[in-house]
Design a protein around this ligand. Structure first.
Ligand SMILES: [Zn+2]
Ligand SMILES: [Zn+2]
Length: 206
């Protein structure tokens, strides 16, 4: 599904190049999997335990970079799905509104799935990134590369700005109601603060 016929991941050359940190690795460089789910792989957990649960990829924290003896690809429990909520391709940030069930701007795109085949050469790690809806469509429909640095699609920017201005006008109305204050303008609102209306925001809805 996410693989080309040749078996490579959709949109990237090397899924691991998009890995910052394993989901199980704590800020202190310890393996949370071994600590919390060790019973699922006692052999693995015991080996980590002997090294004070230090991540075998991250290595010593007082050294720069990943200094452990393993690569991410070597670890049987490596997984990378938790990330900053921004598009890996164009950098668009998510913009969720309170009490909002609108479609998220960002979607999860899998670079690699956990296959569970046990084949040593087969990448069996779950690695995903966030892509905005627009880049996601491009990656799937026209084989755009996740690796390239792209600018956000004009539609993506319009959608995000639309949410922003709607949020600002909602905040303005809320705070006005809260404070019984007719002046609903917000500090830090640089445009359309006072007098911004629902009508202005609605034009962005499809
Ligand atoms: Zn994008
Ligand atoms: Zn995808």
């Amino acid at each position: 599904m996410e693989k080309t016929p040749s078996g490579t991941s959709v949109g990237v050359d090397d899924p691991y190049a998009h890995v910052d940190r394993c989901d199980h690795c704590t800020d202190g460089g310890r393996c949370r999997f071994a600590v919390e789910q060790g019973e699922r792989d006692p052999e693995f957990a015991n080996a980590r335990s002997r090294e004070e649960f230090r991540c075998p990829v991250v290595g010593a924290l007082d050294e720069e970079g990943l200094t452990g003896p393993w690569e991410w690809a070597d670890c049987p429990h490596f997984r990378c799905r938790n990330r900053d909520r921004e598009c890996e391709r164009c950098g668009l940030e998510e913009h969720r509104m309170a009490h909002d069930d609108e479609r998220p701007l960002l979607e999860e795109h899998h670079l690699s799935y956990r296959s569970g085949s046990g084949d040593e050469d087969d990448p069996s790690h779950e690695i995903s990134v966030f892509l905005c809806r627009w880049c996601h469509a491009k990656v799937h429909d026209s084989w755009a590369s996740v690796d390239e640095d792209a600018n956000p699609d004009p539609e993506a920017i319009a959608e995000r700005e639309g949410r922003r201005s709607r949020e600002q006008s909602e905040l303005g109305f809320q705070s006005a109601a809260d404070r019984f204050d007719v002046d609903g303008s917000q500090a830090g609102v640089d445009d359309g603060g006072e007098g911004a209306s629902d009508d202005g925001a609605d034009q962005f809805e499809r």
